[in-house]
Design a protein around this ligand. Sequence first.
Ligand code: ACO
Length: 330
Amino acid sequence: MSFGTKIIGTGSGLPSRVMHNAELETFLDTSDEWIRTRTGIETRRIANPEKGETSFTMARQAAEQALEMAGRKGSDLDAIIVGTITPDTVMPNTANQLQAVLGASRAFSFDLQAACSGFAYGMSIIDQYMRLGTIRTALVIGVETLSTLVDWRDRSTAVLFGDAAGAVVFERTEDPDHRVIDTRIFSDGRLGELLCIPHGFGKVPPYRPEYQLHMHKIKMRGNEVFKVAVRNMVDASKKIMQAHKISKDDIDLFIFHQANLRIIDSCAESLNIDKRKLWLNVQKYGNTSAATLPVSLDEAWRSGTVKQGDLILMATFGGGLTWASALIRL
Ligand code: ACO
């Protein structure tokens, strides 16, 4: 009997402030109509650190919800991985901060940076440990406070992003029928400049004359990213379905990275998917990067859209460039 990974709990942490497209119209040369038609986004959530809303607190909320649904305690955890490019502090990392407040003293814990693919990368790593039989219970989180990395003067990116956290508790299983069937993770550093933070943290430090705050914010060549995102998510989806001889018609729900409704539609068209099987919440939350997959899974499960036994295909794409797919039988 082989070991595998079962999902036993999910949770979300969303900041309270809802920012409508109309608010963006007040300080950017943009319109609700442009944003809706080009992206599908209507509102996004924006964290307020003054109210204690940060990557860590959103991640904690999501983690506590997921543990509660799973019926597990922090002390049951063997591992915590947090996918994020916006930790409150680089040191200690978010996963270590969570380890402390959740009482998960047995768990190893670390953050990983794979932009929007951070959750999928974390899930893939955990699945390998589970298959080896070296861990039993694990927490994987995708969290971003991208509002802190957005250049609010740049209309081509400021309208796209939102803040959120999503968490999933995984447990080792010997049940062949309810498990993560496979995960595939990919990267291509040659195209990193398409979506990047040019001056980074160390590249141009504040004491250098060429330091400019806006170069420490997200820059994106949107048109090119659009095409690569569609191509890679379609390719990753096909690869994982073909490897397991699973047809698109066998899948109950497709959860694509919630970056842009047109990207999701293009993926669905390329794969010839029934659009009723697409999960969509990009209109409410915008692109929450590493959080889009776990928040979507949490909402789909809690709303009854998916249930035990359903087959889910996830595909994501992010800066770096990174991308991933996963097949999960709930
Ligand atoms: N409001 C009004 N006009 C705008 C805005 C805005 N917010 N942003 C750009 N425009 C203008 C441009 O200046 C351009 O004007 P011009 O024709 O006078 O030069 C025009 O709209 C068209 O611009 P395009 O960039 O060609 O518009 P496009 O249809 O490609 O949409 C968008 C832009 C939404 C960014 C799209 O390219 C996209 O979604 N790309 C992928 C982005 C993405 O998903 N990134 C994240 C994936 S990875 C991750 O999640 C980190």
